[in-house]
Write a protein that binds this ligand. Structure first.
Ligand code: ATP
Length: 374
């Protein structure tokens, strides 16, 4: 059977004004979120930010203190967990050791007396490419294969919404990378709505079409992975998704096109459209791979920011690229990721260098780095 025939469209998920208080602790401050049907959505954030609580609220394992939850337009806030069109795959999955893989996947269907359970289980196993191992017992499978069985079991009854709670956390790095790509392919094939919770930024960016960055019970920023990476709006997002060079200073010039900030004696210009605020004290930034390193003073042009001269205080060669840390005194340090194309490092430890980057690549944040931001 073709995968497309297996598929049933996923459902929208809507969280309206959700708050979750535990005795003495508010885990979700306020959450408004719409996840369109058929999307692969990641909730990304550090430990304790409220990701799992959000998932448990959607699954019906916790009740919100305030707010409503809608799946496919239907209000399920007061619906019991087992009556919601939702399945969850956890990091730790329990397969029945005495049953074959096929029986494990068919188990829930048999209980509910839905259609031909074994035929449906075979289809689900084919989707995760394990149909050839259907007669084996769980202990005869690798960790990654067992995780795929858990996934087949979760999609076999075609839930409108699949919740994934760090499902790859127990796998080693290589297997995890492979499963990330497989999960994404399966999601595209079955067309269900996936809500994936992770603290691993690379995992979220690789798999999801939309990522919501969560911090302290709130969503800080939501968007396509590239958009979040290219244009972070807060210091938390700038630092949590990859690395950033941040400079804090006073805005000394502001037009419709650009703002210029005095950062420890250096002028840094950012396009106005890429800055969240346009006056007062602000933090501006640029990603390290956007910064060029020069061993001589470059010609200054209005479309580039140039800082000089600094001193290389750390060089770390990693094959494909070299990372340089350059000290600019009062302006702070600048991290540069330089691709090693045809040669190795271009500047040595202790040498004098300049850095520059296109004005178009800078961003201005809505909060000031270090000012109360944890
Ligand atoms: P992790 O990545 O570590 O799983 P998380 O982002 O999923 O973290 P949650 O499990 O949602 O975080 O927890 C959010 C906060 O709520 C934490 O500070 C946690 O201690 C708290 N919390 C969770 N469950 C309860 C509970 N039943 N009673 C009190 N506090 C709780």
């Amino acid at each position: 059977m073709a995968v497309r025939e297996f598929a049933e469209r996923g459902a929208d998920l809507e969280l309206r004004g959700i708050q979750k208080r535990f005795p003495g602790f508010t885990a979700i401050e306020e959450l408004d979120l719409t996840i369109p049907a058929g999307s692969f959505f990641a909730l990304l954030g550090p430990s304790g930010c409220g990701k799992t609580t959000t998932l448990r609220l959607v699954a019906g394992l916790e009740e919100p203190t305030q707010g409503r939850i809608l799946i496919g337009g239907a209000d399920v806030t007061d619906t019991k967990a087992h009556e919601r069109p939702v399945n969850t795959v956890f990091q730790s999955y329990a397969l029945f050791p005495h049953m074959t893989i096929l029986e494990n996947v068919a188990f829930g269907l048999k209980r509910r007396r839905i259609g031909d359970p074994l035929a449906k289980a075979r289809e689900a196993l084919a989707l995760v490419e394990l149909d050839h191992l259907a007669q084996r017992k769980p202990q005869q499978l690798s960790g990654g294969q067992q995780q795929r069985v858990a996934l087949a079991r979760a999609i076999v009854n075609r839930p409108a919404l699949l919740l994934l709670d760090e499902p790859l956390g127990a796998l080693d790095l290589k297997l995890r990378r492979q499963m990330q790509l497989e999960l994404k392919t399966i999601q595209e094939d079955v067309g269900l709505t996936f809500l994936h919770v992770t603290h691993d930024q690379e995992e979220a960016m690789t798999m999801a079409d939309t990522v919501a960055v969560m911090n302290k019970g709130r969503i800080e920023q939501l968007g396509a992975p590239e958009a979040l990476y290219e244009l972070p709006e807060t210091t938390f997002v700038a630092n949590f998704l990859g690395q950033s060079n941040l400079f804090t200073g006073e805005v000394v010039a502001s037009t419709d096109q650009a703002i210029t900030v005095d950062a420890g004696g250096f002028r840094v210009t950012v396009p106005s459209a890429r800055a969240q605020v346009h006056r007062g004290t602000i933090t501006v930034g640029v990603r390290p791979e956007k910064v060029a390193l020069h061993t001589e003073a470059p010609a200054e042009t209005s479309d580039r920011n140039t800082l000089g001269s600094g001193r290389v205080i750390d060089v770390s060669f990693s094959g494909v690229s070299t990372q340089y840390l350059v000290d600019f005194g009062r302006a702070g340090t600048v991290l540069v990721f330089a691709q090693n194309i045809g040669h190795g490092p271009v500047a040595s430890l202790g040498s004098e260098v300049w850095v520059s980057w296109a004005v178009a690549h800078g961003f201005g944040l809505s909060d000031v780095a270090g000012a109360g931001a944890a």
